[in-house]
Design a protein around this ligand. Structure first.
Ligand code: SF4
Length: 146
């Protein structure tokens, strides 16, 4: 019989819009050609393309670009300070890439409870808010295997 996963009883997550996952150290937000076309359409770019200010080629793949301060190119800072910190939003939220849609239920965060709690140190939305059951978590995790 398969060993039970440590998160069999489910996990909680609700984004607080702190923006930590969309800023900071340089990284990659991978996008497929379909993502690029969807984002371009959402932004009203009739030709279905994003220019090099928004997407860059990394080897054979594409990643969204970052602003000089490390923010994702689509991260919007409201400038308003809530009691528990600043708020952000995503300019392409309805069409955001799979990587963003499946956070924090990534395999690398779910290997052990320690991995999950390490990610939680940067993501205050983890361990709070909406409860995701095991089936929901596995469905999200399997969408993005890394
Ligand atoms: S770090 Fe977590 S809480 Fe903050 S914006 Fe990202 S997903 Fe939301």
């Amino acid at each position: 019989m398969a060993k039970e996963k440590w998160y069999q009883a489910g996990l909680c997550f609700s984004c607080t819009q702190c923006g930590n996952c969309c800023s900071g150290d340089p990284g990659y937000v991978w996008v497929t050609k379909k993502d690029i076309a969807r984002i371009a359409e959402f932004l009203g770019h009739e030709e279905g393309k994003l220019d090099e200010r928004k997407v860059r080629r990394v080897g054979l793949r594409y990643s969204l670009t970052e602003k000089p301060n490390g923010d994702c190119i689509f991260l919007v800072r409201t400038g308003r300070r809530e009691p528990d910190g600043p708020r952000t939003s995503c300019a392409i939220h309805p069409v955001r890439p799979l990587q963003c849609r499946t956070w924090p239920f990534w395999t690398q965060n779910l290997r052990t409870a320690d991995d999950w709690n390490r990610a939680h140190q940067k993501c205050p939305g983890m361990n709070t808010g909406c409860h995701y059951d095991f089936v929901q978590i596995e469905s999200l995790r399997k969408k993005r295997k890394s």
